[in-house]
Each structure stands twice: as C-alpha cells, then as structure tokens.
Design a protein. Structure first.
Length: 151
C-alpha cells in the first residue's frame, strides 16, 4: 500500500509538469496573460502577479492534503503531496535558478549542465514566446528551441 501511495505522489509530480506546460501555453499565454505578463519583463521582482498561479496550485494541494489527513483519504493525500513536491521544485528551479529570484542561484545553475540547458531554453521562450513551455524539464523531441551560442 505504501509503495502505491508513493507511486501516486511521483506520478502526480511528473503529471504536474504536463499540466503546467498546458497551463503555461494556453492559460498563462492566453486569457490569463494579465497575471503572467509581469513574469516576461526584463527584470524580475521578488513578488509578481504571476505568483498567483503558484498560490492557486498551493491551495489545491493544501485542500487535498487536509482532505487526505482528516478524511483518511490516502489517495488525496498522495496527490496533494505530489503537487506540493512539484511546487517546491518549481520554486527552487524556476524562480531561484532560472529567474534568479529570492536566493539568486542562477550563477550556480549556469555551471551545471542540466540547469544551464533549462536556463537557455527558458530564455528563448521569454525572447521569442515559444519553445519550451515546461518549467522543470526539457523533453527531447517535444521542446524545440534554437541553440544559443553566446553562453
């Protein structure tokens, strides 16, 4: 049973990247652009309207975790924990490494290959409005972006 619950959390974590990609492309760059546009400005601030998306997902995760704990619904708990784990990873990778917000870890990320690639892919997205719609992963074959030779 425990292995099943862990598997649900892990699947939810990776499923969140898929959901985030769809939300990013069709919602954030669509009808909710008014919340996302400050994220595409040249300089990032410590707090942005775009952070509302993280708050929304956090509220969903909190609800699922509380539902899991108080109603003894372990599947709900597992899904809530998977969403929370994705949110934590997003905060560190996307905000602190890619966009150099809060703890300002971008220079560290540029010295480590997987993060350097992700930073470059995300920069292309910000410059051209296309390419990698994900937040944590570059998926070969799905994420097409021009290589940048200046870094």
């Amino acid at each position: 049973m425990l292995l099943t619950l862990v598997a649900i959390s892990v699947l939810t974590f990776f499923g969140m990247e898929g959901l985030a990609r769809l939300m990013h492309k069709y919602v954030m760059h669509g009808f909710m652009w008014f919340l996302h546009e400050d994220h595409h400005r040249e300089t990032q601030s410590e707090f942005e309207k775009n952070d509302a998306f993280g708050i929304i997902f956090a509220l969903v995760a909190i609800y699922l975790i509380f539902n899991g704990l108080f109603d003894h619904n372990l599947i709900s708990l597992s899904i809530g924990l998977g969403i929370t784990a994705y949110g934590v990873a997003y905060f560190f990778v996307h905000d602190m490494i890619i966009h150099d917000r809060h703890l300002h870890l971008r220079s560290w990320g540029m010295r480590h290959s997987p993060f350097k690639e992700l930073i470059q892919a995300h920069e292309v997205h910000h410059e051209q409005g296309e390419g990698n719609w994900g937040f944590l992963l570059i998926i070969p074959g799905l994420d097409k972006y021009p290589q940048r030779n200046n870094e």
